[in-house]
Design a protein. Sequence first.
Length: 229
Amino acid sequence: MFLVTCEHGGNQIPAAYADLFCGWQARLCSHRGYDIGALVMARALAAALQAPLVASTVSRLLIDLNRSLSSPQAWSDATRGLSLARRQSIVACHYTPYRQRVTEIVAAAVVNGQRVIHLSSHSFTPILDGEIRHADVGLLYDPARPGEVQAAARWKSAFAEQAPELRLRRNYPYQGKNDGLTSAMRRHFPAGQYVGIEIELNQAFVLAQPRCWQKLRTTVVTTLQAALC
């Protein structure tokens, strides 16, 4: 079965924490606040695959659902200095329920003898810290997990056949084995039960003409169906 998630789907700040983000509007609306277009892509994937979707529209600047709580990146400059009690409240309200929901879905499928292919939808800014990212699509996975290697290779081949003009790179612009939700799930479920792939889309497509953005989403869906369904 397929599971689709989107950890950085929006830039909302709950009213209880609005005071922490005064003057942060520009950051909230940038790639630092959320993954632009990632939720739209996640919804398209979930609809096409008839898969459950777990998504958050709370900004990663409150707490980053794609980081371990031990990571300094889990918290932003607005929340890192909060009292322990207040940070624990954020974890209890936003982080833990999200992680538990994903784990429960995978666990239920595994109990029923199914292997789960987890697609985590993300996007990346075309330029970061002055460095141009040379990719249109990235597929992130753990090279030590054969099922993930094979899934990414098949998906890449489908892209090459259907959309050779697109620059698809594996484990770029990040490494799939780095700290993240898929890495956490790998610690819970063996390779035969769980395949975790993060798909990263260049935000230049999201910000381009609507037709271009629609074409990319359609290509992601059709190549996935050709490769893994």
